[in-house]
Design a protein around this ligand. Structure first.
Ligand code: HEM
Length: 381
C-alpha cells in the first residue's frame, strides 16, 4: 500500500508541531511529509519496535549532514562498530559513575551558577541558569574543562544548526566548521583529562583520534540543548502548575516525576532520522529503499493509545512507556547523567535556593526536531 502523503506549513510546524502530529498519527501509522521529504513513524509502539530493526532502518547515513560535518560518530553506526564505541564510553556514563563521581561535581558547579544569579532578583532561566548548568556539566563529562561554558554552548548550537542546515546556508556551514575546529583544538591541548571523562576513557580504550573527536562532538551536540531545555522547561511547567509545587513541598510528588513528565509532554528531541536500507512495509505501508524515515519521539510520547489526555502536563501519570531517550540500541548514552543532573540537582536546588521564584513574563516553546522554551523569565524579588 502507498503511504499517505501530507503537506505542512513549516512555520506552523516549527511553532507547534503537536496538532499536526496528532492529526497524522490518528490518520495513518506512517505518513510521508513532502516539505521535509521523510516518512514519519508517529505511534509509540511502532517507534519502539522499528528503532530496534537496525537491519532495515539504519543509523548509518554516509551523506548525512551530521557525518559530513562532525565525522562518523557512534550514533551514526550500527551493529558491532556501534557496540564497541558504546562499551568504550560506558565507564563515563554508567549510573555508578554518575552517582559516585559526577554528582558532587555537578552540585558544586550548579551552586556556583546559583550564587551568581541570586543577587539579581530576576533572570531568564534558559540563558542564565539552565545553559551554564548544562555546559558546566558537559565540560566535566567530556574532559574539556578549559573551554569557557559560553563557548561550550556556542559550539553545541553551531553543530546543531549545521546538522539541520537542509537549506545549505554557507554561513551556517562555516560556523559549524569553526566550532568543530575549536573542539578539536581543546581535545589536543587537554593533556591529562579526568580518566572517567569521555576523553579519558576513549583514550584508554585506544579509539582512533577520529573516533574520539567524532564522539566528543556528538556528546556536545546532543548533551547541551536537551538538558538546558528540560531544566528551564520543567521549571516553567511547575511554575505554571502551582498544585505541583505544593505537592513537591508536601513530598507527595518528586522531581523525577516532574522531569519524566516534562520530557514526555515536551520531548527535547522530537525526532531521529534513519535510512531505509531495504524496501519494507510498516502495517502494510511501503517505505522505499534509501528513503528517509523519521522516528517521531515527540509524537510517540503523546500517543493517545498509550497516554490518556496526552497534551496535558500531569506529573502523577506513569511515564514508563515514554520514549524520551529513544527505545533501541541507540538509547541515550546520557540518560543517567541527565536524570541526576536535572531531576536530582538542577531543579531541586533552584527551587530550594529561590523559594519565591515565580514567572515574570510569557514563554513560547519552539521547534519540532529539537523543542524547548525560547526564554523563561522569572523573578524571586
Ligand atoms: C534531557 C536530556 C536528553 C535527552 C531528552 C536526550 C535524548 C536522546 C535521544 C532520543 C537519543 C537517541 C537518538 C536515536 O535513537 O537516534 C539520544 C542519543 C544520545 N545521547 Fe542523549 N539526550 C539527553 C541528554 C544527553 C546528554 C547530557 C548526553 C551526553 C553527555 C547525551 C549523549 C547522547 C549520545 C552520545 C547519544 C547516542 C547514543 C548511541 O548512539 O548509542 N544525551 N539522546
Amino acid at each position: 500500500m502507498t503511504v499517505p502523503e501530507v503537506s505542512i506549513d513549516p512555520a506552523a510546524f516549527h511553532a507547534d508541531p503537536y496538532p499536526i502530529l496528532a492529526q497524522i498519527q490518528e490518520t495513518s501509522p506512517v505518513t510521508y511529509v513532502r516539505q521535509i521529504d521523510a516518512y514519519l513513524i508517529t505511534r509509540r509502539d511502532d517507534v519502539a519496535e522499528w528503532e530496534r530493526k537496525t537491519h532495515i532502518l539504519s543509523s548509518d547515513q554516509p551523506g548525512g549532514l551530521m557525518t559530513v560535518l562532525m565525522g562518523q560518530n557512534m550514533m551514526r553506526k550500527d551493529g558491532a562498530a556501534h557496540q564497541a564505541e558504546r562499551r568504550a564510553i560506558f565507564p563515563t556514563i554508567s549510573p555508578k559513575t554518575v552517582r559516585e563521581h559526577w554528582a558532587t561535581q555537578f552540585k558544586t558547579a550548579t551552586h556556583t551558577v546559583l550564587r551568581r544569579i541570586a543577587p539579581h532578583g530576576k533572570c531568564d532561566l534558559v540563558a542564565d541558569y539552565a545553559m551554564p548548568v548544562s555546559a558546566e556539566a558537559l565540560k566535566l563529562i567530556t574532559g574539556l574543562v578549559d573551554m569557557p561554558w559560553q563557548r561550550m554552548d556556542a559550539v553545541s548550537q553551531a553543530m546543531i544548526d549545521g546538522c539541520a542546515n537542509y537549506a545549505d546556508d554557507p554561513a551556517v556551514t562555516t560556523r559549524c566548521h569553526t566550532a568543530t575546529a575549536e573542539i578539536d583544538h581543546h581535545i589536543t591541548i587537554t593533556k591529562n583529562p579526568d580518566p572517567l571523562s569521555l576523553l579519558g576513557v576513549q583514550h584508554a580504550a585506544e579509539l582512533s583520534p577520529e573516533q574520539i573527536s567524532a564522539n566528543i562532538k556528538l556528546a556536545i551536540s546532543g548533551g547541551q540543548n536537551e538538558p538546558r531545555d528540560a531544566i528551564a522547561g520543567a521549571a516553567y511547567a511547575v511554575l505554571q502548575h502551582p498544585e505541583t509545587r505544593s505537592a513537591l513541598g508536601a513530598g507527595a510528588l518528586d522531581w523525577s516525576q516532574i522531569f519524566e513528565e516534562y520530557c514526555r509532554w515536551m520531548a527535547p528531541i522530537g525526532m531521529s532520522p534513519r535510512r531505509v536500507i531495504q524496501e519494507t512495509a510498516i502495517h502494510g505501508l511501503t517505505l522505499p529503499k534509501e528513503a528517509r524515515a523519521f522516528l517521531m519521539f515527540g509524537a510517540a510520547n503523546r500517543d493517545p493509545r498509550v497516554f490518556k489526555d496526552p497534551a496535558t502536563f500531569n506529573p502523577w501519570r506513569d511515564c514508563r512507556q515514554a520514549v524520551t531517550f529513544g527505545a533501541g540500541p541507540h538509547f541515550c548514552a546520557g540518560a543517567a547523567i541527565s536524570r541526576e543532573l536535572i531531576a536530582k540537582i538542577a531543579l531541586p536546588m533552584l527551587f530550594d535556593h529561590l523559594p519565591r521564584l515565580r514567572l515574570n513574563g510569557p514563554t513560547k516553546f519552539q521547534g519540532w526536531a529539537f523543542r524547548g522554551p525560547d526564554c523563561v523569565d522569572v523573578t524571586w524579588a
